[in-house]
Design a protein around this ligand. Structure first.
Ligand SMILES: Nc1nc2c(ncn2[C@@H]2O[C@H](COP(=O)(O)OP(=O)(O)OP(=O)(O)O)[C@@H](O)[C@H]2O)c(=O)[nH]1
Ligand SMILES: [Mg+2]
Length: 658
């Protein structure tokens, strides 16, 4: 058979276990527990948007384990859901583990009913049973297992509870039997479609039900895999069923499943005493309601401002830059380097644009403490379940810019790293929404190091400076979003978003996550910082830098009223946003400062709105195609200078000093 789906990244051949389940139910925690490999774990739906693979050895056998993005059903609505559905079709896993939140067992069992139709070995892992216990929801595990014909295992993944039983079950799983029986009319059509697919011989009942439910994506796949003739024959059966019923077939299928699951649930769920956690519930409600939610939001932001701006960009940077690098490392390196007879190399290493005195110092002494603090604070926010709550409060605002509250996740994650966040845009349902989010991320969502520099620098300047930068950037996001929502073709989706409960962040998860992010930052940033410094050094030595400074002076010193030194900062901005931020940070902290308060604010606005860094550009090209990525950059670059200049004009005309 022809290959009709994007193949997975190469994984070892051999038995495969696929973890599937609704979003935010603990799949990635179980993946980590099984494979010993960390997959990102956060308390919001949509953490995993791409598959992660690892291995586990059980007895004599080594299984490839695949962690997948959460799915609400096997009729995908978004890009990440499609990834999961396609894996089941492509990969013919040897074992499917459905991970479920025990508290939401009804929803989980609807997915189970779909998974059983694949006819593949299935294990149902009822996770988060600690939370179900608290809510007074008891499960008759044995009975459920008997009724479904598969292993049902109780787990509390972060504690490792039930993992041994899960591993045992992987070695001898059973396939169970389809639960949902549809009306005889539909059953006959299911069989007819399945017969057409039978040459494939794989999960034909499940495929058949999905096709009858009207899945345009699958129809294309059928044409590719079975040819046009089969697609047309199936198409005519699908249309016949559609004509027969007044309602969409998917709705009828879903109703049958719901009825079956309802019967099942009444047999296996025991309601017990609910143990209330008043504080958790109260806080959970307060963060969602506007009257209390808004002040809490301000408090959270102030906390972030203090941690990243005052402690990260203040105390830690001062210590690392002043004491560690300024007091020990740089003097020691300079005295060593002074033994080198060639001035060119001495300058290259420790001069004004020295690899060590500038490149490494910026990366480790300025950016690292800022992003480190940010990652730590952000990890706590991610794990508490606070971020998705912002979705409710921001839904109205997002409507204006062609999105809905769900888009808050990629936008807020952009504050960590715009590159990662651009990938998270996959959780959005329509192409248009994904494109708008990609544009806005590239345009005006500062990444962690930039944000840290904004916070740190405006602390040097004034609160008015911070407010100005924030207002200008925010208003541009709204204006551009508003325009994009009207200009770009495509549709906007409804706001359906699962809000998880507030959970106590787990220190071990936050430590691992922050550590991995810091390592990732060092790996990504240091080479680029060094390359950037080298290029800058060569440009300065060859005289190219002063030529560029002159050539760009109508914009830099003219339109923006900034000193000529700003040129190299803008050039670095092309490479990495945080490098530009660090450069600016350095220019302001020297005594006397090279920039006035107004200039700092104008420069910050420009570098925040400035082009995305190389990594972000590459991801944009991957997700949206090179043409759109180039178009976005072609729009943003002049736009950033335009807005910076207009702000400068405004401040000058009205004689405002920040
Ligand atoms: N109390 C409790 N929390 C859990 C349990 N399992 C996972 N969690 C928490 O639930 C949240 C979601 O876990 P993930 O592993 O990221 O969930 P996921 O299913 O991979 O989510 P997506 O990738 O978004 O689909 C995290 O905050 C976990 O710490 C559990 O058994 N009990
Ligand atoms: Mg996950």
């Amino acid at each position: 058979m022809q290959e009709c789906h994007p193949r997975l990244p190469s994984v070892n051949d051999g038995p495969t276990v696929v973890l599937v389940g609704q979003p935010n139910v603990g799949k990635s925690v179980i993946f980590g527990r099984l494979t010993g490999k960390y997959a990102n774990v956060s308390n919001y739906p949509g953490t995993t948007v791409e598959i992660t693979t690892g291995t586990v050895s059980l007895g004599e056998r080594t299984f490839t384990v695949i962690d997948t993005p959460g799915v609400n059903s096997l009729h995908p609505h978004s890009e990440d859901e499609r990834v999961t559905r396609n894996i089941l079709l492509d990969r013919r896993p040897d074992v499917i583990i459905q991970v479920a939140a025990t508290k939401n067992i009804t929803r989980a069992l609807i997915l189970t009913s779909q998974l059983l139709e694949f006819g593949l070995p299935l294990i149902l892992c009822l996770n988060m049973s600690d939370e179900a216990d608290q809510a007074g929801i008891g499960i008759r595990y044995k009975e459920l297992s008997r009724l479904l014909g598969i292993d049902v295992i109780r787990t509390v993944a972060p504690e490792g509870e039930g993992l041994a039983a899960l591993k045992k079950a992987i070695l001898s799983p059973s396939a169970g039997a389809p639960q949902a029986t549809f009306s005889p009319y539909i059953e006959r059509r299911v069989d007819a479609v399945a017969a057409l697919l039978d040459s494939h011989g794989y999960c034909s009942r499940s495929l058949s039900v999905m096709l009858l439910s009207g899945d345009p994506d699958l129809r294309k796949w059928v044409e590719c895999a079975y040819g046009e003739k089969t697609r047309k024959r199936i198409g005519s059966i699908v249309r016949e069923v559609e004509r027969h019923f007044r309602q969409p077939t998917s709705l009828i299928v879903m109703k049958t499943r719901q009825a079956e699951v309802k019967k099942l649930v009444s047999r296996i769920v025991k309601k017990g005493e609910r143990r209330r956690s008043y504080l958790g519930e109260l806080l959970g409600r307060w963060t969602r309601e506007p009257a209390t939610g808004f002040p809490i939001f301000i408090l959270v932001m102030m906390g972030l401002y203090y941690l990243v701006g005052a402690i990260g960009a203040g105390v830690f940077v001062d210590f690392l830059e002043g004491t560690v690098f300024g007091g020990y490392i740089n003097p020691a390196v300079i005295s060593l380097v002074n033994h080198i007879p060639w001035e060119f190399f001495r300058e290259m290493l420790v001069g004004d644009y020295g690899l060590i005195t500038m490149g490494l110092t910026y990366a480790i002494a300025i950016v690292l403490p800022i992003v480190g603090m940010f990652f730590l604070a952000f990890g706590v926010l991610e794990d508490s379940g606070y971020l998705p709550r912002l979705a409710i409060m921001s839904n109205r605002l997002f409507r204006v810019i062609g999105l809905n509250g769900k888009a808050i996740l990629p936008m807020v994650l952009g504050l960590g790293c715009d590159t990662m966040a651009t990938m998270t845009a996959r959780i959005l349902e329509t192409r248009k929404e994904r494109l708008i989010v990609t544009i806005l991320l590239a345009l005006g969502v500062p990444c962690s190091a930039q944000l840290g520099a904004i916070l740190g620098l405006t602390m040097h300047v004034s609160t008015a400076g911070f407010v100005t930068v924030a207002l200008v950037v925010f208003s541009q996001l709204i204006i551009v979003g508003y325009a994009a929502a009207r200009i770009l073709p495509g549709s906007q989706s409804d706001f359906i978003f699962e809000i998880p409960p507030l959970r106590m962040p787990r220190i071990s998860n936050i430590v691992v996550k922050t550590y991995l992010r810091v390592i990732w930052f060092l790996r990504e940033a240091i080479p680029l910082f060094l390359i950037g410094t080298l290029l800058l050094f060569l440009a300065a030595e060859s005289g190219l830098l002063s030529i560029l400074e002159k050539a760009l002076s109508p914009i830099t010193t003219g339109w923006l009223s900034l000193p000529p030194e700003i040129t190299w900062i803008f050039i670095l901005g092309f490479l990495r946003r945080d490098y530009a931020a660090a450069g600016l940070f350095d220019l302001v902290r020297v005594d006397p400062p090279v920039l006035t308060a107004n200039q700092v604010v104008v420069a910050l606005v420009v570098i925040t709105l400035f082009v995305p860094c190389i990594a972000n550009f590459l991801v944009m090209a991957k997700e949206q195609g090179i043409k759109k990525a180039l178009a976005i950059v072609a729009f943003i670059l002049p736009f950033a200078f335009l807005i910076g200049g207009l702000l400068n004009l405004f401040l000058t005309v009205f004689n405002i000093t920040l």
